[in-house]
Design a protein around this ligand. Sequence first.
Ligand SMILES: Nc1ncnc2c1ncn2[C@@H]1O[C@H](COP(=O)(O)OP(=O)(O)O)[C@@H](O)[C@H]1O
Ligand SMILES: [Mg+2]
Length: 470
Amino acid sequence: SYFDKNSHGDILSRFTNDVDTLVQSLNQSLSTMVSSIVQIIGFLVMMLSISWKMTLMALVVIPLSMILVMVVVKKSQRYFKAQQKSLGLVNGHIEEMYAAHTIVKAFNGEEDSLKSFKDYNNQLYTSAWKSQFLSGLMMPLTNLIGNIGYVGVCILGGYLTIHGEIAVGDIQSFITYTRNFTQPISQISQSMNMLQSTAAAAERVFEFLASEEEVAEVQNPVVFEDVQGQVTFENVCFGYDPSKIVINDFSMYIKPGQTTAIVGPTGAGKTTIVKLLMRFYELNAGAIYIDGHNITDYTRSDLRNMVGMVLQDAWLFEGSILENLRFGRPNATDEEVMKAAKAAHVDHFIRTLDHGYDTVLNEASSNISQGQRQLLTIARAFLADPKILILDEATSSVDTRTEVLIQKGMDELMKGRTSFVIAHRLSTIRDADNIIVMDHGDIVEVGSHDELMKRNGFYTKLYNAQFEEA
Ligand SMILES: Nc1ncnc2c1ncn2[C@@H]1O[C@H](COP(=O)(O)OP(=O)(O)O)[C@@H](O)[C@H]1O
Ligand SMILES: [Mg+2]
């Protein structure tokens, strides 16, 4: 839910720009700070050894420059914060636009996108020049004040010499010390300036670190051995936003080894049920049990090992098809990979490619079709061989005939295992043991295809709607 709410580009910016700023300034400023402070102490001792009166004169100006630095820091801090924030916005926008490149082109969105970019970039520009200008003022200002002190020292030194209190040579050396004395001070003020952007960056990094952690794992998790695949939902209540409940009161019992189809209109909450079973989100009320144990009693990784899931938007990475499939089970042999590919009816397609299983997919895997991508992700889930398999509209871009074939292949593969299938083409799920019809986060009907058709209710309407035109 954290990644639902935050822009990916902004999070990336926190980890690149902000952390980088932190590292750089800690590298530079901290060492300058240390050496400057040591220098100041050394010079102070030498100056005091010559004349305490003149030292006092030289020191009088320091509070003055301190106040000045403080005023500037206070003013510019705001702009440093704004600068890091706009940097995140610019990054977020760019990341988003690159990800949606085709869509932006298709809707002639270049101009709008450029406009938003310019807005964000202008914000960045404005805050950046203001913060840089203000912090750039710091050095000349402290120099000026240092020089005033220098003049004071000269006058006082002249006066003291006339009265025979110190020798001319002392003034000479004292002035050298004063000169050197102001240098570390302006260096410190410059490091302060660096530290300001560091503070702004650190704040963003810590804000990320301080964000709410997911619910901790249980102390003594249930060890799963022989998973049966019995799933029970008990009065599950959930909303992405607690004030807006999506799943109201969902209860359902699934026998091990059954194939359960979940159907219903778009937005009914089908995917949400799946995400809850995978424990991507925590329930507001109720519980989900697998083999009689609450899913919160398993570790998350055990739970996700048991459950394999194929989502509607296929995710593949840059790499060969073989590597992509093997992501499901890293230690699978080539034969096992090919067997899974055959079950997903994608083996033939892969073999027609120039390099077969070694064909390299590009980053967005746009060099194969959407349906082929879906088939590959199904093969990957088959290979993972989970005890519970979920296909969430995983065949939505696959032709109907292949969809039916996959369904058959799955029956074979998932024998004795529990599977959930969410599909819109109801003809493909006719043979499911159980069909759950959902609407607005509630179960409206449950039963097999024949039972539901007899009832002549919501399901019958959905089913007939698909054949009316034909
Ligand atoms: N990440 C999210 N944050 C807030 N609301 C969401 C999120 N994902 C889905 N929803 C809302 O939850 C409801 C159910 O969504 P979903 O389970 O994805 O429907 P579907 O049955 O089509 O798979 C929808 O009204 C949707 O707007
Ligand atoms: Mg969905």
